[in-house]
Design a binder for this molecule. Sequence first.
Ligand code: SF4
Length: 471
Amino acid sequence: MGAEAIEVFAERKGQILVAGADEMATIACDKQSLSGAVSQRACVFCGARVVLYPITDALHLVHGPIGCAAYTWDIRGSLSSGPELHRLSFSTDLREKDVIFGGEPKLELSLRELIKKYQPRGAFVYSTCVVGVIGDDLEAVCKRVAKDAGIPVIPVMSEGFKGTKRAGYSAACTALSRLVGTAETTGISPLSINLLGDFNLAGEIWIIRKYYEAMGLQVVANITGDGRIDDIRKAHGAALNIVQCSGATMEIAKHMKETYGTPFLRASYFGIEDMAESLYAVARHFQDIDWQVMERARKLVAEELVGLVPELREIRKKLTGKTVAIYVGGAFKAFSLIKAFRHIGMKVVLVGSQTGTEEDYREIQQVCDPGTVIVDDTNPLELGGFLRENDVDILVGGVKERPLAHKLGIGFVDHNHERKLALEGFVGMRNFALEVLSTVDTPIWRFVPRRAGKTKSAEALPAPAAQEVLP
Ligand code: SF4
């Protein structure tokens, strides 16, 4: 099925490619969403908020109207092993009078009151659209409060209108760069790492940390899942940065390389091959200091795969030939998802992302099968068209894609930041395969009107047995 069969805005045609159709073709991406297209994307502020949100002992104050804070309240399923201040959504609740006369006094009052009450280890102050318009001086207010409170108070310049969600990632990395390098690093092992771009959804960073610790490595800072202000302040003492969500945190990794000489590696903890390769790549980095790191990595992978491979083989038998569409926020997830679906026998017919770069899409083109539709910054109209045309069995996406899938009578697998199921690591691959199987295999899809006539009509099918539908 080609992209031409779907209703697409003329201005968006360059943002859609078909893999294998033209090897030289490049996708148009990393640009403002088309007006009127009702993009699935979030705003700049939201981009910054999702990156910094998992820092659990920080005060997160949204300087703007209440809607911006409500929109991003508890936005990620980022778990904490300690403080949970991040789960509260504070706002200066700017009103008409503040917009006319300026919101700085209200911001300063709110900051001082909240710091006194909650005693955070640091504070982030997010700038929103209206603050960018009225020109409040966040820098000056934060500086004054930081001096009196004795903690870092950092402005996050994330006015919603000033770019794409990607610009929000950049604003978050700029804020992080002001935190890193502000604390002592004595006592940190030469076999040490920081974990970047993992947000501890459903406790995933704990799985990954355990793997690295079993290899004999010290994890200095989580940036940002289950993150702590004091750990991030000394993150420049680690020997290596491991970057998972490169879209969100690559900028801080590059900053640390330039400023402190900390090298970085890209990793993915999703799927068997990528998970194992991430551990091996880190082991290779340290093998000159300690050759046993590689031995431990090999042992760990072997132990994890013993039970998992036969289980996946059984699941694959049931899923072979089923089709899937993937639409995710950051493109890095898509690479691993394509490989993971191949592993369980499913065919990927569409891959898209909200914030992919030209390089990301080039990589996607290389890993997916010819004929796969690749789409940047899609909208419900297009996405719905692609899903219907391909008669996909499941859509993998986030909170904004879920209702679309369900309205079309398509199975949905949550791979976004509010999910409750750990999908990273070897245990995550098992969870993922079982989740896909239970979604594809549910009897409800027999009754979807769209499918009636393609196979048998819903009426002609026998009602599912009670044990099939009851929990
Ligand atoms: S920052 Fe702007 S675009 Fe984002 S939620 Fe607030 S008002 Fe909306």
